[in-house]
Design a protein around this ligand. Structure first.
Ligand SMILES: [Zn+2]
Length: 436
């Protein structure tokens, strides 16, 4: 067996995850001290990476001879004790609209909090009862509903049609990743009557939009700490949060590159795969529903990524994914001129394991993409998009998602992907014969 084949065999064996994990205990705790946290720069020097690892800091970017991290008072004290100088990088954040999002509608401006999202999605269902059905795929750790909007011409029926899954908000601080799938849902509904191509897509498929998979973390990032990434799990060591996009049972914990066993890490993968209710809810939903294509929205970087994420080895469907991602990238550039570079996650960004897109691909053998929304880098704002960006970023993604839906409908019609795959997985347990 070649190396590639054997690693794929391992992936398929591990990436299904049907065994429910026992719920982790959630002891009552007080929040960690997070006041005074800010982005600081540390001039690059030999051995810096090692020192930072032992200090458990969260690297954000390397830029012009310095590494930028977020650090609290305690972190800065420990940096000084370790003999590492740091500075406040005011100048590089000139482009960041720090106050833009405070202009209207509370501290998150035009971005949606959990309750604002609930209102918005309920409104879409009321306005388009023939086309939209609001439901919940489960509950978050703090018992918020994981809202899902089904868009189809008969949303109350399970039709024999391609299913498309659009998910946002795995990571709390990536607010734009909630807005894009939500705006896509709204645009599909608004365009149904006036745009025949949208009508064909909606009539020919079942589109499921889950804009906020991590509502607890998102609320925390609005009200307590803007750069919060994980969910709000109280970890055994007193720290908080599991990285939800490292918690899927696909090569979970195969190494510590891009995911970490350390609960304090920003990429803590959890004590075991599917330890967290949010990925577990999505897993059960995906296995119940079956999908012909899936997109997971994140920010930032302007990338369209396809599996694998856990290795730089090519996926069996690499060529198909490459063509699809390239096409979507062209469609986005045609709208706004912004380039979303297409490539394999494990090659282009960094390898990471326990990733949602890898898990969906491994389980269903369908295209599962991760779209890293704008901006392209930290200097241009990083996680902090302005309110005015919501419309333009959502708009530039609309033709791409239409193409994805079209391609899913084609794939489903040709019998190569769709609901059938799910049935095979269910029936075959951990070693489905048809999954390649
Ligand atoms: Zn993310």
């Amino acid at each position: 067996m070649s190396r590639r084949k054997s690693s794929l065999a391992i992936a398929m064996a591990i990436c299904l995850g049907f065994v429910l994990s026992p719920a982790a205990k959630t002891p009552a705790r007080t929040d960690p001290e997070q006041t005074g946290t800010a982005v600081i720069g540390i001039p690059l020097r030999p051995g810096l990476a090692g020192s930072l690892r032992s200090l458990r800091l969260d690297p954000l970017a390397v830029w012009k001879g310095a590494l930028y991290v977020r650090a609290g008072e305690g972190d800065r004290r420990r940096l000084r004790a370790a003999g590492l100088a740091s500075f406040e990088p005011r100048d590089i954040f000139r482009a960041v609209p720090r106050t833009a999002s405070e202009a209207e509608g509370g501290p998150n401006g035009a971005y949606h909090s959990y309750s604002e999202l609930e209102t918005e999605m309920t409104g879409l269902q009321s306005k388009y009862p023939e086309l939209a059905k609001l439901t919940s795929i489960g509950l978050s750790l703090e018992n918020r509903r994981l809202l899902a909007l089904k868009i189809s011409d008969h949303p109350g029926l399970e039709e024999d049609e391609a299913g498309i899954l659009l998910v946002g908000g795995h990571h709390a601080r990536e607010w734009i990743s909630v807005e894009v799938p939500l705006q896509i849902a709204a645009s599909l509904l608004e365009g149904y009557d006036s745009d025949p191509s949208i009508r064909d897509l909606v009539n020919g498929s079942e589109i499921w939009v889950v804009p906020m998979l991590n509502p607890d973390g998102l609320e925390y990032s609005i009200w307590s700490y803007r750069y919060w990434r994980k969910n709000r799990r109280a970890n055994a060591d007193g720290s908080f949060g599991v990285d939800l996009n490292r918690n899927y049972d696909c090569q979970w914990g195969i190494d510590d590159v891009g995911s970490s066993p350390d609960p304090e890490s920003e990429v803590f993968r959890g004590p075991e795969a599917f330890s967290e209710p949010e990925p577990k809810a999505l897993r059960d939903f995906v296995l119940r529903q079956g999908f012909s294509a899936a997109v997971f929205y994140h920010s930032y970087s302007q990338l369209i990524l396809y599996p694998w994420s856990w290795t730089s080895e090519p996926a069996p469907k690499r060529l198909e994914f490459e063509a699809l991602a390239g096409k979507l990238s062209e469609l986005i550039a045609a709208v706004s001129g912004r380039i979303y570079a297409a490539g394999q996650s494990g090659e282009d960004l960094y390898t990471s394991n326990g990733d949602a897109a890898d898990w969906v691909y491994a389980g269903l053998d369908v295209p599962a993409l991760t779209i890293e929304l704008p901006p392209v880098d930290l200097v241009n704002g990083g996680f902090l998009n302005a309110e005015a960006d919501i419309a333009s970023i959502s708009g530039e993604n609309m033709p791409a998602v239409q193409e994805l839906i079209r391609s899913a409908i084609r794939g489903y019609a040709s019998g190569s992907r769709g609901h059938g795959a799910t049935v095979v997985i269910r029936a075959a347990g951990r070693t489905p014969a048809r999954i390649r």
